[in-house]
Design a protein around this ligand. Structure first.
Ligand SMILES: *Cc1c(COP(=O)(O)O)cnc(C)c1O
Length: 459
């Protein structure tokens, strides 16, 4: 794909020339000019420095939520960045502003929203901040609740907003414990509950239908944080290569949704998205404009965003990508996700029968969490061995494999492995985000290699 990208770079340059040729020629100011040799030298030095990276692109990198964007996204980003439109206002970027509106409508449709208000953001964190800010505008005196497995930024953003945050325990599957939430609602005034559909740590999916029911009973709003998991809506059909459907189908009833195209949407960083089901929340963004403004055709995205400047290039990149890899259950993004999901299912199966590694939980999406077996069955022994395995796997000169580490409550581990002694509150385990479709063909190789390295570790 890199060769295809290189070939298209001249087309990007040609498009830029065509755009500029419509205006009278001028020469660049001398203050901006740089010498060819120095430009080449600086680029060379940068490329040298960039060698200091982990191979995020490679299937043997099965660690954090990281991978390069699709080349189509980079070409789209570059083509627009050479103009540098600002999607704050339509006059900052008429074309990319319109493109963003279309994209946001496509994403809203994917989640089943009949009506919506929303825009792209610089990240999932900012998108969630915005959703929680609207939550506060609606219920300034009520708390926000989220599960113990929710993204750490929710607590932080509640602090920023001056909202009381309440953590709800998670159950043995890492999902929000609804009984605990129900009990909490009897003692606390909860305004909004954050449901995580695809937790960042283990990919757990909070039970949204039941959560919405509780919301109707107790009068709280529901915000869905699917920064990571949102695109799995496309393959939430319960099929062998899909994921369970109920929670994703219920997203249409949630009050707001966050999804990160820069995670499973093949985008470079700088692309989150927030969506509200009720467009009238737009009134909070602008104090001196009547709400009808927001349903007119001339919506300026900056009028419904907490951020001011935003790159039109991010919208261009996502548009290019979805032209080629559409939001479809079986083609494009859906096909990519089915491969990732397949990789997770396959690895879980291998882990179940392994004599050196143990599966912590059944994967719900494409994140697999496991730990190395130890002679001494204790939390601290497992933690030590996970640390050692992680280091050794990554630093192998010949055949490295990159994993990530994750800390779980030992109590959670003991629900499945009660023989493990809880000599520490937390246990370090290993985690692999199988977010590249190539993982489907490589997962057996990854597994054998991790097993091999586990075998090389002394006790
Ligand atoms: C990644 C993630 C976030 C934060 O998003 P950023 O784009 O990294 O700021 C929030 N919630 C969940 C569930 C995530 O996976």
């Amino acid at each position: 794909m890199l060769d295809q990208f290189t070939a298209m770079l001249t087309d990007v340059a040609a498009g830029q020339e065509r755009f500029r040729s419509a205006w009278s020629p001028f020469s660049d100011d001398p203050s901006l000019r740089v010498d060819d040799d120095r430009l080449r030298a600086a680029l060379h030095e940068l490329q040298e420095r960039l060698q200091d990276n982990y191979p995020f692109f490679h299937p043997m990198y099965a660690g954090q939520m990281l991978k390069p964007p699709h080349p189509a996204a980079v070409l789209g980003y570059l083509a627009a960045m050479l103009i540098n439109p600002n999607n704050h206002a339509l006059d900052g970027g008429p074309a990319t502003g319109q493109i963003e509106k279309e994209l946001v409508a496509d994403l809203a449709r994917m989640f089943g929203y009949a009506d919506h208000l929303g825009h792209l953001t610089s990240s999932g964190t900012i998108a969630n901040l915005e959703a929680l800010w609207v939550a506060r505008q609606l219920h300034p005196d009520r708390a926000v609740a989220f599960s113990a497995q929710a993204h750490y930024t929710h607590a932080r953003m509640c602090e920023v907003l001056g909202l009381r945050a309440v953590e709800v325990p998670s159950d043995q599957n890492g999902r929000m414990d609804l009984e605990a939430l129900n009990a909490l609602c009897l003692s606390e005034r909860i305004g909004t509950v954050v449901a995580t559909l695809g937790t960042t740590g283990i990919g757990a999916v909070d039970p949204l239908p039941q959560l919405l029911e509780l919301g109707a009973r107790h009068g709280f709003r529901v915000h869905v944080d699917s920064a990571y998991g949102g695109f799995f809506r496309l393959i939430a059909d319960g099929a062998a290569d899909g994921v369970a459907g109920e929670s994703f189908a219920a997203m249409a009833q949630a009050d707001s949704i966050v999804v990160d195209p820069h995670k499973h949407g093949l985008q470079p960083y700088g692309c989150g998205c927030v969506l509200f089901r009720d467009p009238s929340v737009g009134r909070f963004y602008k104090h001196d404009s009547p709400y009808t403004y927001f349903t007119s055709n001339d919506l300026h995205l900056g009028e419904i965003s907490l951020e001011c400047s935003r790159p039109g290039a991010a919208a261009a990149a996502l548009w290019m990508t979805l032209q080629l890899l559409p939001l479809d259950a079986h083609m494009g993004i859906g096909a990519v996700l089915r491969r990732c999901r397949g990789a997770a299912v396959a690895w879980a199966e291998l882990l179940r029968t392994s004599t050196r590694l143990s599966l912590l939980l059944e994967p719900e999406l494409d994140i697999v969490v496991f730990f190395p077996d130890t002679a001494e069955r204790s939390a601290s022994a497992i933690s030590r061995r996970s640390d050692a395995l992680f280091e050794r796997a990554m630093n192998d000169e010949e055949n490295p494999v990159y994993l990530s580490k994750f800390r779980v409550k030992t109590a959670l581990l003991r629900t499945r492995y009660p023989d493990v002694r809880d000599d520490a509150e937390w246990t370090t385990v290993l985690r692999s985000v199988l977010m590249k479709p190539e993982h489907a063909d490589w997962v057996e190789k990854i597994h054998r290699r991790v097993e091999e390295i586990a075998g090389e570790l002394g006790d």
